[in-house]
Design a protein around this ligand. Structure first.
Ligand SMILES: C[S@@+](CC[C@H](N)C(=O)[O-])C[C@H]1O[C@@H](n2cnc3c(N)ncnc32)[C@H](O)[C@@H]1O
Length: 217
């Protein structure tokens, strides 16, 4: 089985943990690979929709991993086992990820690996509430789309407004795809600006443009 670049990036951060929960698992590709290749000892493949739940069940059976991977129908982190030490949430938007993290009281995960397909700042903005900090980040490009990997571990470290918007590790590293993504965003905002007539409506867009230019300079 060959994982997508996105899922492989998530998998790399599960190494040496014991019990993985993959939230929004769909085909259960990530937990199957994680257990099969020995990244983790056991896993839970969790999805909140019946179609993906059935697909995951079928795949886990096909790989003969029913003893090691539990497939569950559940919303977010609500059904994770007490000894879960690492969770992956991949392929969802930043605001859904934020809601999933805020819905679970007393998160005791040693690591949380997020791969958002938009609005990653929504997650960074609530880190004080869940008491986690960012240990790594990466902007990934796959099939022409950008994804935002954010890896969290316990205890909060304060972030500046700019770090919440762009990511503290992204700002330090300014990788190729990070710059490419924000150059495109800049062009989008500049094009939107030309279509707005009222000065008051231009302000928030001008603010975004200033913030992006500052980071790209
Ligand atoms: C685009 S797929 C991502 C599949 C895989 N994780 C990946 O990154 O390739 C998103 C999956 O998340 C599931 N999902 C959406 N919201 C969820 C939630 N609150 N809890 C659990 N699963 C959710 C959907 O049913 C869908 O199967």
């Amino acid at each position: 089985m060959k994982l997508s670049k996105r899922l492989q990036a998530c998998l790399n951060y599960t190494r040496k943990f014991n019990n993985l929960a993959d939230i929004g698992t769909d085909h259960a590709l990530l937990p199957i690979e994680a257990v099969k290749e020995g990244y983790v000892y056991k896993a839970q493949a969790i999805d909140n929709k019946y179609g993906p739940f059935l697909r995951a069940t079928k795949n886990v059976k096909a790989y003969d991993l029913k003893d090691k991977i539990k497939v569950k129908l559940g919303d977010g982190l609500e059904k994770i086992e007490a000894d879960t030490d690492v969770a992956v949430v991949s392929g969802l938007g930043g605001s859904t990820m934020r809601d999933i993290l805020l819905a679970k009281a007393n998160l005791s995960l040693k690591r949380i690996i997020l791969n958002a397909n938009n609005n990653p700042y929504q997650v960074r903005a609530i880190l004080s509430q869940i008491d986690y900090h960012i240990i790594d980040e990466l902007v990934i490009k796959e099939a022409g789309k950008y994804y935002f990997l954010i890896v969290l571990e316990p205890s909060f470290t304060p972030l500046t407004k700019q770090e919440v918007l762009f990511g503290p590790v992204n700002l330090k590293e300014k990788t190729h795809f990070f710059k490419e993504y924000y150059k495109k965003e800049l062009k989008n905002y500049e094009s939107i600006l030309t279509q707005i007539e009222q000065a008051k409506d231009k302000k928030p867009i001008q603010q975004q443009i200033t913030e992006i230019k500052e980071v790209l300079s």
